[in-house]
Design a protein around this ligand. Structure first.
Ligand code: SAH
Ligand code: SF4
Ligand code: F3S
Length: 482
């Protein structure tokens, strides 16, 4: 079971221990000595600000990074006007990548005004050699560079910088290590992501994730269950189990365990009310999982099932390893077992070689499945992936035209689908004060659809019954019921 390490009781006289996580706690204590000196000089705590780009994996990583910094004595800052600024980057599409370069110019201007500011970059972009080379050549004001595999080493890297080392850069190609038991600062007190696995082995031909997140490795079920129990004891009612392909969870463990069996164990945890998971690859979604979802009282009636394309020919080129027919048949099986399940998806338009006919197949699947919502993406060419080298890249204007048609279809359909719950009463997890309407709260249905309703801060983190009075496209206006 996890034991928080008391930094005051670490023996600092005999150098850093070799084993983890003890070594990192030693460096947190070292950084804290620096923080105390900072406080004496400046009469205030140093502020740390983290900006996260990308997916839930990155959001969860950022919570861990903030946990380490807070343990070292930093206070959480709300803007880039801070003493330590960290960008946790994403590179899944080119615009995610460009955003970071854009913001670096701004960071440099802040650093000119505050030369003591420490700027750090980590995450998926840093796993690309050309990115690091560019930073080392033209962005010397960046102080610390690390990747996705060594985020747990932040305290050690920061300490090296504090000792005077210039542009500390440490990138690991891959790792088989999963370091447990480091501090975490959660964004929400009542819900949390929980990593169940890291990396990806699927190599979809357009996707850079396997190159920047490394090979698939699963956490041990005991560690996952322990973490969730601790979260629940700390007020969490909803967990989101995270992995690039949760359906292949457990295959690399010394005692293999299926994802469905893991879910059954998570279900047993008293006090936990809602379970979500992301992402499910259609090729690995088992009948065992469908049966577990059917019988579960806690697993949300929602599944994010990325389609990517509705054309079997394009799916083959994408190396997705299912056909249009297999996907539709899977949806039928899911709906037969769990009739009220909400389905959401990801779709890419403009994959190399996509013809109008292929695109029409995608529209056909959208119409047949009737998604609650869909994330739609323009294909983005990622250097090093097989698709980047394919001939017949689709011209920009054709891509854009298809994208617009798909978006209209998805939005019209989602508005109709979401309306199915209008005038019913459903449980809603109250999540935050509504930023637009004073006196209102924002919450989520099991289907993940947003609901706005009158309420006060005391209800945040509770699951309450709400009458869904009016569907407004993607969200509901509701009223509290008791
Ligand atoms: N592991 C998840 C997806 C992670 S990336 C899965 O398999 O579904 C999130 C989404 O980004 C993907 O589902 C895909 O739709 C999109 N995406 C990934 N690479 C892309 C690229 N090169 N261009 C456009 N969209 C991409
Ligand atoms: Fe990328 Fe495919 Fe892995 Fe998802 S399953 S992260 S799309 S390679
Ligand atoms: Fe982006 Fe990395 Fe996630 S590339 S989508 S942050 S795994």
């Amino acid at each position: 079971m996890y034991q928080e390490i008391d930094l005051d009781r670490i023996d600092m006289s005999s150098g850093p221990p070799a084993g983890e996580p003890a070594r990192q706690y030693y460096f947190m204590a070292k950084c804290r000595e620096w923080v105390r000196e900072f406080e004496q000089r400046n009469g205030r705590c140093p502020l740390a600000y983290i900006q996260t780009f990308g997916c839930q994996m990155n959001s969860r990583d950022s919570e861990k990074l903030l946990g380490i910094l807070e343990q070292a004595g930093f206070k959480k800052g709300e803007t880039e006007n801070a003493d330590f600024v960290l960008y946790n980057t994403c590179t899944v599409r080119e615009n995610a990548n460009l955003k970071v370069y854009g913001r670096l110019g701004y960071l440099n201007s802040l650093k000119r005004k505050n030369p003591h500011m420490i700027i750090a970059l980590c995450g998926c972009m840093m796993q690309e050699q050309e990115v690091v080379a560019r930073l080392q050549k033209s962005y010397r004001f960046v102080d610390i560079i690390f990747g996705t595999h060594n985020i747990f080493r932040l305290a050690e890297l920061l300490y090296r910088r504090l000792q005077g080392e210039k542009q500390v850069a440490e990138i690991w190609e891959d790792t088989s290590q999963v370091v447990e038991e480091l501090p975490v600062d959660r964004k929400y007190p009542f819900k949390s992501g929980v990593n169940i696995m890291f990396g990806c082995n699927n190599f979809c031909s357009y996707c850079i994730v396997p190159y920047v997140r490394g090979r698939e490795r699963s956490r041990r079920p005991e560690d996952i269950i322990d973490e969730i129990k601790r979260l629940v004891a700390d007020g969490v009612v909803e967990v989101m189990l995270l992995g690039q392909n949760v359906n292949s969870y457990g295959k690399t463990l010394t005692e293999p365990l299926s994802f469905a069996k893991l879910l059954k164990r998570v279900e047993q945890i008293d006090g936990l009310e809602r379970i979500r998971f992301m992402t499910s690859h259609p090729k690995d979604l088992s009948d065992e999982l469908i049966a577990v979802m059917k019988d579960s009282k806690k697993i949300c009636r929602h599944l994010h099932l990325p389609l990517q394309s509705g054309s079997s020919r394009i799916l083959r080129q994408m190396n997705r390893r299912y056909t249009k027919e297999q996907y539709l048949e899977l949806v039928d099986r899911l709906r037969a077992a769990v009739p009220d399940i909400a389905l959401t998806t990801d779709i890419i338009v403009g994959f190399p070689g996509e013809t109008e006919e292929d695109f029409l197949e995608t529209l056909d699947v959208v119409r047949k499945v009737r998604y609650d919502s869909a994330f739609t993406f323009l294909y983005s060419r990622r250097t090093g992936t097989p698709a980047a080298a394919m001939e017949e890249q689709v011209p920009g204007e054709v891509m854009k035209d298809r994208f617009d048609r798909l978006l209209t279809e998805v939005q019209t359909m989602a508005a109709e689908v979401v309306r199915r719950d209008e005038k019913t009463v459903k449980p809603v997890l109250a999540e935050e004060l509504d930023t637009h309407e004073p006196g209102y709260l924002t919450g989520r249905l099991e289907s993940n659809t947003v609901v706005h309703f009158k309420g006060d801060a005391s209800m945040i983190g509770k699951i309450v019954n709400v009458s869904l009075d009016e569907a407004k496209g993607f969200y509901f206006m509701g009223s509290l019921r008791e």
